[in-house]
Design a protein around this ligand. Structure first.
Ligand SMILES: [Zn+2]
Length: 325
């Protein structure tokens, strides 16, 4: 979390980062805490949930209203900013009256950072007028070296990693078909599934495939340092589409090659990335080709800065809101 930021959370996931929750300034949301933060004369920006996270956005509109009302007792106004990554087409999610209402409510935002070009296009297609009045940009997630792991010189094992619940929407079924089509076993490849919950579909696994349930973070880092390829063949489902995909980001930060589909919001941003193979969603033959290309590739990424951290996002909001003042 960038310095100087407070985080008031309205819900908590089971896999929330314990270290983050223990950080000073991180606390469950209450109106008293929000009011105290809004009274702080140094407060510049109120970050709220993205508008297409509709349930949270409806709550956020009340926080924004309070922040605007507080201007009477503050010496300076508080700018309102959001970070948006929703990739599922707005028209698949909301009916026209809801889209119109959401478009009007977007005018409450001063600055928007999109995490992917896919998300930016999604909002621009549906809310072009609202976005014209808001400062916005695309800052993709940081993809360079993992800050935890030391640099590794040893050659990588012929292993494909699947990080996440082995479900249909994460493309596990199509990956199993592609695994057989690619001739993986005769090539000496292995596929390791790191299933966080152990609740994934349990069909007999093909040869060369193993599952490890809920591995600790340190073990995941080790797998990413040793493995050659991360597979994230997400498939769109009614009401769901991959936004960014943590496995993709984790694979690239560890120098793995990544096989994914055009369904992720980052697909357009990664088209030219030397370690990324884009395949057709739900198409086992295309995925098998992608696996072969990735496993046989000798491409490496030039070391150096790629993408942006949360601190960069906050810096962009601050600059954009200062310009708008
Ligand atoms: Zn690492």
């Amino acid at each position: 979390m960038p310095p100087g930021q407070e985080l008031l959370h309205t819900a908590r996931r089971d896999d929330a980062d314990a270290a983050l929750l223990a950080t000073p300034g991180v606390a469950p949301f209450s109106w008293r805490r929000l009011l105290r933060a809004l009274r702080d004369p140094d407060l510049e920006i109120l970050e709220v949930a993205e508008p297409l996270w509709v349930g949270e956005w409806v709550r956020a509109l009340r926080y924004i209203a309070l922040a605007k009302a507080m201007r009477v007792v503050r010496r300076r106004r508080v700018a309102v900013a959001t970070y948006a990554i929703e990739n599922l087409d707005v028209r698949d999610r909301l009916r026209r009256p809801a889209r119109l209402a959401l478009g009007v409510s977007l005018l409450a935002l001063d600055a928007v950072v999109f995490g992917t070009t896919g998300a930016a296009e999604n909002y621009r297609r549906t809310f072009p007028r609202s976005l014209r009045r808001t400062r916005h940009t695309v800052l993709t997630p940081r993809l360079d070296e993992c800050p935890v792991c030391p640099p590794r010189e040893a050659p990588r094992e012929p292993t494909v990693l699947f990080l996440g619940t082995p479900s249909e929407r994460k493309g596990f079924g199509v990956l199993m078909r592609a695994w057989e089509l690619s001739g993986a076993v005769s090539r000496g490849w292995r596929l390791v599934v790191a299933d966080p919950s152990g609740s994934g579909e349990r069909e007999p696994l093909p040869p060369g495939v193993s599952v490890t349930v809920d591995p600790p973070r340190s073990a995941v880092h080790e797998m990413l340092c040793a493995g050659a390829v991360v597979a994230m063949p997400s498939v769109r489902q009614p009401g769901w589409r991959e936004q960014i995909g943590l496995p993709l980001v984790e694979g690239l930060t560890h120098g793995c090659r990544v096989v994914t589909t055009t369904e992720t919001g980052l697909a357009d941003d990664l088209r030219e990335h030397p370690l990324v193979e884009l395949t057709t969603p739900g198409d086992a033959a295309s995925l098998a080709d992608g696996l072969r290309r990735a496993m046989e590739s000798t491409a490496t990424a030039v070391p150096g800065r790629r993408g942006h951290t949360k601190s960069d996002v906050v810096a962009w909001w601050r600059a954009a809101c200062a310009l708008a003042r």
